[in-house]
Design a protein around this ligand. Structure first.
Ligand SMILES: Nc1ncnc2c1ncn2[C@@H]1O[C@H](COP(=O)(O)OP(=O)(O)OP(=O)(O)O)[C@@H](O)[C@H]1O
Ligand SMILES: Nc1nc2c(c(=O)[nH]1)N=C(CO)CN2
Ligand SMILES: [Mg+2]
Length: 233
């Protein structure tokens, strides 16, 4: 997704969610400084070499658990959206790539990164403290922003970790993307937040995020090259 296509979505998201563009921009600069400091960042080309033509993108929806037990995912690149990483690890699966804004279960992200997962870490105005604390913990990091892209901090479009993971896959050349655990319903998957003990009734801000995510995925299906499939148990 090009900046020109993303910007109108972003401006609507900022208005609807009450975000600060300036804070989002600052977060991107802070992430850039952290990446340069640690020198553990990777560029888009390096991550492109990791993906194949087919990928599974895992969302943290309640249906994920059964899908992981039922289906075989060995014929594609595995991309986990933040909290979904925990469910994959519980099933003995290490994702190839994790797309996160660092509000999931950090210890599970660390285990996956130590076992080879690449980290696509997103900066925004509400996770600057998390960036500062956690970015130094990880290796093989590609940085992303939702404001104008910087030299080593990319913007491939997408809003929530899940749909941002789909836009990343498309940008890296994946042509068949299968969504797993993308429920966008009234229950938030328990892996979504460290404190959730079980799948929980959706709260207002999360419902709005899912609406934007659905709209962005519909845009991708109409305008982009990748074919989107859905797998539900
Ligand atoms: N029912 C669901 N519950 C949780 N995540 C879901 C669900 N259906 C789809 N997903 C996708 O899985 C991703 C899980 O990532 P995560 O739980 O970290 O959310 P997020 O995008 O960071 O939003 P938030 O800022 O509210 O945490 C979501 O971004 C969303 O796109
Ligand atoms: N400013 C801001 N931006 C976001 C936020 C958020 O909470 N605040 N959550 C997101 C979900 O991954 C993506 N982008
Ligand atoms: Mg998240």
């Amino acid at each position: 997704m090009r900046w020109e296509d993303w910007e109108p979505f972003y401006l609507r998201i900022v208005r609807e969610m009450g975000y600060s563009i300036e804070e989002d921009r600052k977060a991107a600069q802070i992430l850039r400084a952290l990446l340069l400091e640690g020198d553990k960042y990777i560029l888009k080309e390096e991550l492109g070499a990791v993906v194949g033509r087919k990928a599974y993108v895992f969302g943290a929806g309640p249906s994920l658990e059964k899908a992981l037990e039922k289906f075989d995912f060995s014929d594609g690149t595995l991309i986990a959206a933040d909290g979904a990483t925990s469910a994959l690890l519980e099933n003995g699966i290490v994702p190839d790539i994790i797309v996160t804004d660092l509000d999931g279960r950090i210890p599970d992200l660390k285990i996956a990164n130590d076992r080879g997962a690449f980290m696509v870490i997103h900066a925004h105005g509400d996770n600057v403290d998390k960036l500062t604390v956690y970015v130094p913990m990880f290796s093989r990091i590609l940085g992303t922003t939702q404001t104008e892209p910087l030299d080593i901090v990319y913007n491939f479009g997408g809003f929530t970790d899940g749909d941002r993971a789909v836009f990343l896959a498309e940008e890296l050349g994946v042509r068949e993307i299968t969504l797993v655990g993308f429920d966008f319903g009234s229950l938030v998957g328990k892996w979504s937040k460290p404190g959730l003990r079980d799948h929980s009734p959706i709260w207002e801000s999360k419902r709005k995020k899912f609406e934007f995510a659905k709209e962005l995925l519909e845009w991708l299906e109409k305008n982009d090259r990748a074919e989107l499939k859905r797998l539900s148990p």
